[in-house]
Design a protein around this ligand. Structure first.
Ligand code: GLN
Length: 229
């Protein structure tokens, strides 16, 4: 059984990113693998034994609550130390960094990504496309961004992709997302795994240790064609 941890969807669930967990479960089941989603709400301990973790985007006040809970709990940090794959979207990315600014103050992050987030001068909203910069991904990444935070990566984190359309991490418009250890983080909503099956299968492969055959899903390819044209 593959267990997919959906972490704090009650505070990091504003932008439809719960769909990433659904995509992982569905793509596992289509290969005949058993998979289940376990939702962990605010205040509940985060088990460190899930096969893969998903964190979504959220509003400023909500993401402060998420950061405080995750720091106090420590389960996600133990999972990261054990190399378990973690996908974090937008507010999830910011929360896993060293610090972020929200509701007018600087808030301590979980510290799984060497990154700090401060406000952009103008909200970044729209389609974003990148060229992936991590091994195992060959196709452009597509998503929808909607954030006020600008994230600067430190030396221990690498961008997930180079921006070809949209804003990405900051107003210089060059890098998007962050990769550090077993954490993959991005500003892309969509949900990102529905739009980018290669990324979904990379996470599933890391979660299971299995080499997965690609799935032929014309509707996914059609969606990609529309978003990338
Ligand atoms: N509240 C954060 C920001 O505006 C994250 C938004 C989001 O998750 N889409 O930057």
């Amino acid at each position: 059984m593959i267990t997919i941890g959906l972490i704090l969807p009650d505070v990091l669930g504003t932008y439809g990113d719960d769909g990433n967990a659904l995509v992982l479960r569905q793509r596992a089941r289509m290969r005949g693998l058993d998979a289940e989603i376990v939702r962990i709400g605010l205040g509940e301990p985060v088990p460190s034994t899930f096969d893969v973790y998903c964190l979504g985007g959220g509003e400023d006040t909500a993401q402060i609550l998420a950061a405080e809970h995750l720091i106090a709990d420590g389960g996600l940090q133990r999972a990261a130390s054990a190399g378990r794959p973690i996908l974090a979207i937008c507010a999830g990315l910011q929360v896993l960094g060293e610090s972020f600014q929200a509701s007018g103050r600087t808030v301590q992050g979980v510290g799984l990504i060497d990154a700090t987030t401060a406000p952009l001068t103008q909200r970044a909203i729209g389609e974003v496309v990148t060229t992936p910069r991590i091994e195992g991904l060959t196709q452009p990444l597509t998503g929808f961004e909607n954030h006020m935070g600008a994230t600067v990566l430190g030396d221990d984190a690498s961008p997930l992709g180079s921006v070809t359309r949209g804003v990405g991490n900051s107003s210089d418009g060059t890098s998007e997302g962050a990769v550090q250890g077993s954490v993959i983080a991005t500003y892309m909503h969509g949900p990102v795994l529905a739009r980018n099956p290669e990324l979904a299968d990379l996470l599933l492969t890391r979660a299971t240790g299995l080499a997965l055959e690609p799935l032929e899903l014309p509707e996914v390819e059609q969606l990609r064609k529309e978003r990338l044209s």
